[in-house]
Design a protein around this ligand. Sequence first.
Ligand code: NAD
Ligand code: UD1
Length: 336
Amino acid sequence: MKTILVTGGAGFIGSHTCVELLNAGYEVVVLDNLINSKEASIDRIKEITGKDAKFYKTDLLDYEDTLKVFSENKIDAVIHFAGLKAVGESVEKPLAYYENNIGGTLNLLKAMKINGCKKIVFSSSATVYGVNNTVPYTEDMPTSATNPYGYTKVMIEQILKDIAFADKEWSVVSLRYFNPIGAHESGLIGENPKGIPNNLVPYIAQVALGKLASLRVFGNDYDTPDGTGVRDYIHVVDLAKGHLAALKYSDANKGFQPINLGTGKGSSVLEVAKAYEKACGKEIPVVITPRRAGDIAWSYADTTLAKKLLGWEAQSGLDKMCADSWNFTVKNPEGI
Ligand code: NAD
Ligand code: UD1
């Protein structure tokens, strides 16, 4: 039985991936410093699957502690989610973002190398397509960024590419996620942002709960069908399953391979608000405000490569994503 180290496994996407890994019969070791999550999500992974993930409350910035996780477990492959992810915060605290995301990744890669573990699936982002490419985004497009968070993804991809070039035994899959939303059907795990959410669906969820008065729609003068921004929303469980497909791919293929994980379909802000209204049975009041700095009109994936290389395709539509988000929100109004 294969043992997978999941860094950031207590977080939103990591916890859903742990569920899929355990259900598929993998042994799972989670490394997380809980800076943006709670240990309760590890208990909930067990509640859903009936299986234990071994948990280390460890910071990737602590190299000795990271090495210990490898010396105490025979790790076959790593799925690397751990990182800070708030775009606005990264602009205010660039040093913290570069240190945590890049420093943590370097420690992880060094620990992997000296333990002979050369398979990694990395959490990249559609943000690496920057502002100069046109949709649908394909993996061969040039990458760039507009903020420190985005640059950490661009830089880590470069580091991984260089490592895979220098040592042909490495297998690196860099998964470029589009906009993950939704939650596990059980309502036990989901997105758990601290404070007022920045991202659209967690914000709408708070409006639906009555904690926030209305949704601020950031601009309705974009060159899109209804003037609001279009994104490729993907169900987090579909996304989690994409990681299992990427692990299988890395068993049979070496080198550096970026792959988009999206649905290939774009939805506007107003379409998402409507779908959420259907899911929660309440009205979501909207207020049109000026555009948010750094936003683009369109973002959606070309999903050809994921289908071809991974045999993977997203299954859930927007209605299911919103229904599962609402189910989690109602069951956990204060988060996990
Ligand atoms: P999350 O914040 O819920 O999970 C990240 C986890 O990493 C958290 O549990 C946090 O405690 C942990 N962590 C952070 N720094 C760490 C460190 N130094 N050592 C150990 N643990 C650490 O975020 P998520 O939404 O699950 O995202 C997971 C990954 O996917 C991130 O790398 C993120 O940048 C990337 N990503 C997320 C999205 C999204 O919309 N959620 C989109 C594209 C890419
Ligand atoms: C954001 C990040 C991106 C990151 C992605 C991960 C920014 C600028 N970009 O992308 O780097 O990879 O999350 O999921 O933060 N919207 C509103 N009102 C709100 C919130 C959002 O109208 O209160 C709109 C936005 O303008 C956008 C859409 O909803 O058109 C989606 O926004 P969001 O969920 O923040 O995701 P992205 O901006 O795509």
